[in-house]
Design a protein around this ligand. Structure first.
Ligand SMILES: C[S@@+](CC[C@H](N)C(=O)[O-])C[C@H]1O[C@@H](n2cnc3c(N)ncnc32)[C@H](O)[C@@H]1O
Length: 257
């Protein structure tokens, strides 16, 4: 497979019909939203301007739209995810609040101090976490909020197998305290943080993904490259099942003073 075929197959695995495209769940989105709402000292000047970066097929976008009175700009670089988000928003009766935007998050080309709240679940790493924090700081109005989930170590000295896997898959992974330092160094005030429960990896993300892998294994049984790609995702899932005490996603909520 050349690079383009690999990407095509990647998107065949991560089909827009999956419930979501990364670890997370609606209870965690709501919990982070409550942290933002209780930290907001006074109501904003009308409808909130919200940016959802790496929105995927919109699991969190729909939650935000249900709860908040505002305009959400939902950005992703894969149009089929945005199309699915639109369908879901229509079904949920919130499409008037959402504008989808096909764009690379590393080249948003937006004016500074434009948004009251920026949201990004399991996606800011594509920009580089620290670079993403800086970019969001510039895009937020003073007093605005950033809520972001990021993969982190929960405790030191992970087993060698887990360490090796993450060093290869996400070498930038670091601990919670280091991430809090990055945020403060950027100028944010940290409001709070919490770890996503392991159910938000398994129920809402990995189990449906495993189901999809099973059906693709049958379809591509005689194709070693494609089954190899499927196997590497299966390995990722097995590592998480075995070592989830050591790492996971943490939701951080902060504000630009
Ligand atoms: C792990 S998924 C998370 C999606 C969604 N937030 C969720 O939790 O279900 C990461 C998302 O970021 C998008 N993405 C990755 N790189 C991107 C980039 N450079 N620009 C815009 N979107 C990107 C992917 O298409 C995908 O939808």
């Amino acid at each position: 497979m050349n690079r383009e075929e690999q990407m095509q197959f990647f998107y065949e695995i991560f089909d827009p019909s999956l419930p979501r495209l990364g670890p997370g769940d609606s209870a965690s989105t709501k919990r982070a939203m409550n942290m933002v709402l209780s930290a907001a000292s006074k109501p904003g000047p009308g409808r909130l301007r919200i940016l959802d970066i790496g929105c995927g097929n919109g699991a969190q976008t729909i939650e935000l739209a249900r709860r908040l009175e505002g305009n959400i700009t939902a950005v992703d670089n894969h149009q089929p995810f945005l199309d699915e988000l639109r369908r879901r928003a229509q079904n949920a009766g919130v499409s008037r609040k959402i504008t989808t935007l096909l764009r690379d998050m590393r080249a948003l080309g937006m004016e500074g101090e434009t948004f009251d709240t920026i949201w990004s679940e399991g996606a800011l790493y594509s920009m580089g976490f620290q670079e993403g924090l800086k970019a969001c700081y510039d895009l937020l109005v003073p007093g605005g909020f950033l809520a972001v989930s990021e993969l982190c170590w929960f405790k030191p000295d992970p087993p060698a197998e887990c360490q090796r896997f993450l060093a290869a898959e996400y070498p930038a992974i670091t601990g919670i305290n280091q991430n809090l330092e990055f945020m403060r160094a950027c100028g944010y005030e940290v409001i709070g943080h919490f770890a996503l429960p392991s159910s938000s990896w398994l129920q809402d993300y990995y189990l449906p993904l495993e189901e999809r892998i099973r059906s693709l294994r049958e379809r591509y049984a005689s194709d070693p490259e494609r089954t190899g790609m499927l196997q590497s995702i299966q390995t990722e899932i097995a590592i998480y099942r075995k070592h989830h005490d050591y790492y996971g996603y943490v939701f951080y909520v902060m504000s630009r003073p």
